[in-house]
Design a protein around this ligand. Structure first.
Ligand code: SF4
Length: 457
């Protein structure tokens, strides 16, 4: 079958400091191609397509089946892409994190749809296509949702080493970039899926709670392909928990050194499962940045989030990472309902105390299908901003309010955090001296100007 997989266009065509491959689509494409189908991917986000050009590209693809992916915070772009794609295909399928989170409700959001798919789909999507080709009824297949029913989820893949590598040859690889990366060309990869922790804000509806990992050998083979075939040496490892199995991290890092792979990479760490020995090895293997979900400086805030970590563990992890010569990024959450404005200020101070190289401050926003969403709805804290899009379209209007947090307080604390963290003279100078290329200058300048404008609005 002729199949087109779509990453929708951006809401606004403006310069983005980070554009990464739609890895989920590339995995699906590889699985479908393995079944003999003719697959294309249209990454309309990376290509910065406007909606008219997007429609022309969809029409020109002459696909029998079109699949569109979408995440909740930008689901309005997926809904528009589906509407545009409808006349140009026989079968229209919606998948991705948003469908996994909201299930059958997607049929209320988009009447154009034939099928939706949820969960881990590399095995289930080819089954759906096979059924359609054979004129069989696919509505009982696992992972498939129809207007009438939602089937049981597909089984999680027991051995991730069996997956073919993502079909990066179908992607515009030269367009992927990350402002904080040391090199121009960037890609992402998954070395494991799933997470056994239970942070209340986390949506785990796609990969589940069981941690499943690829072997170091299998990961190294993909890294070699990325560096060799795609001439890309900067990799963002997208795993929720890359550092959980020390033996595997060690094997991977030793393999990178042994094979002489000149790469730099970033991963996500967890402050309670990191140590100096592992960090030293990671640094030798090219790890240039670790991002930690610190979330809050306040133990009662961390307990509410069910984070399973303490501020002292964050202190130790940041100090050890700095000592190993690896840059740090901290994720911090403001507007936690059990915290006050002063508590949130402590979190901003904490970001400074940790000497994080970069910090990402976010207002707490509950995703559908998370424990926090249920709790917020039950307590009357959740405010639906847009029926077509459970998160606010511009992520500027908060969706969770209570006696501690009104809209103005949330806006103020977010501005204060960015101002105090990023607009320090010493920090700005450091950024200038760390510039390595004209495109980094462009990325950082555009991010800086946007921040300056927004923080003084
Ligand atoms: S936030 Fe991270 S550690 Fe917590 S449950 Fe989600 S993936 Fe796991």
């Amino acid at each position: 079958m002729k199949i087109l997989l779509i990453q929708p266009p951006p809401r606004r065509i403006e310069y983005e400091g980070i554009i990464v491959p739609p890895l989920g689509l590339a995995y699906l494409a590889a699985a479908l191609r393995g079944d003999g189908h003719d697959v294309q991917i249209l990454d309309a986000f990376a290509l910065r397509l406007d909606w008219d050009t997007f429609e022309a590209r969809v029409a020109g693809a002459t696909a029998e089946l079109i699949g569109v992916t979408g995440m909740t915070p930008i689901v309005d772009t997926s809904l528009r892409a589906l509407e545009i794609a409808r006349p140009y295909c026989k079968y229209l399928v919606f998948g991705g994190a948003h469908v996994s989170a909201v299930g059958q409700k997607v049929f209320q959001q988009t009447p154009e749809l034939d099928f939706a798919m949820y969960g881990e789909c590399e095995a289930a999507f080819p089954q759906l296509v096979r059924a359609l080709e054979n004129h069989e009824d696919p509505s009982n297949l696992p992972g498939v949702i129809t207007r009438e029913k939602m089937n049981k989820p597909c089984e999680l893949l027991p051995d991730l080493d069996e997956l073919p590598f993502p079909a990066r040859d179908l992607l515009p690889n030269e367009l992927y970039r990350y402002a904080l990366s040391r090199r121009e060309r960037v890609t992402t990869m998954f070395t494991s899926r799933g997470c056994p922790y239970n942070c209340v804000f986390c949506d785990k509806s796609t990969f589940g709670s069981k941690w499943r990992a690829r072997s170091a050998e299998n990961i190294l083979a993909e890294v070699e392909e990325i560096a060799g075939r795609y001439d890309t040496r900067s990799i963002i490892i997208y795993d929720d928990l890359f550092t959980v199995d020390k033996k595997r991290v060690k094997e991977f890092c030793e393999g990178v050194v042994r094979r002489g792979l000149k790469i730099d990479w970033k991963c996500e760490g967890r402050v309670n499962i990191i140590d100096g020995e592992m960090l030293a090895l990671m640094k030798r293997a090219g790890c240039s940045m670790i991002a930690y979900g610190v979330e809050s400086a306040n133990q009662h805030g961390l307990d509410y989030l069910n984070k399973g970590a303490t501020p002292d563990q964050a202190r130790e992890a940041f100090a050890a990472t700095r000592k190993a010569g690896i840059r740090t990024m901290g994720y911090f959450i403001l507007g936690i309902p059990v915290e006050t404005y002063e508590d949130a200020r402590k979190t901003i101070n904490f970001a400074l105390e940790l000497k994080a190289d970069y910090a990402q401050f976010s207002i707490l926003s509950p995703f559908p299908n998370t424990p926090m969403y249920e709790d917020a709805v039950k307590k009357g804290w959740y405010r639906e901003v847009d029926a077509q899009n459970p998160m606010d379209k511009d992520l500027k209007r908060p969706v969770m309010l209570n006696e501690n947090w009104d809209e103005e307080k949330l806006r103020n604390i977010l501005r204060e955090a960015h101002r105090r963290f990023y607009l320090r003279p010493g920090r700005l100078l450091r950024e200038v001296f760390s510039l390595r290329s004209p495109s980094q200058l462009k990325s950082k300048l555009s991010a800086g100007l946007r921040l300056l404008k927004w923080s003084h609005e």
